[in-house]
Design a protein around this ligand. Sequence first.
Ligand code: HEC
Length: 109
Amino acid sequence: MDETRTKILGRALLTVGLVLGPVTASLAADGAELYRAKICHTCHGERPNEPVLPAYPKLSGQNAGYLFQQMKDIRDGNRTNGLSVAMKAVVGSVTDEEFQVIANWLATQ
Ligand code: HEC
């Protein structure tokens, strides 16, 4: 590879890094914001490992894929065990995309 191409490639990679860095950071911020905006914190706690009632699950550090599936199953009525009816009543309008962003954030908490 000649010098010019190496420079161009270097710049391209730098640009990708500059763009993706803030995107990753803002996704994390969106997860935290959505967790509050969609009132998840009123049951699962300001910190998602400190639920407001002992019977409610701790969410921090759980696998994102698992969290995402449980959120959808509860919203869509495919999971009806335990106390899930309490959550179903309030998450009806949360979209799959919003659940995904929240799940990704929760997995890092
Ligand atoms: C009204 C209280 C309440 C609200 C608000 C609520 N949840 Fe829940 N959530 C629960 C309860 C209770 C359970 C446990 C259900 C059971 O007993 O099986 C649960 C279960 C879950 C689970 C499954 C946990 C596991 O280990 O299987 C996830 C994930 C979850 N909630 C995420 C959320 C998110 C994200 C929000 C906001 C969009 C939210 N919840 C809002 C009460 C709530």
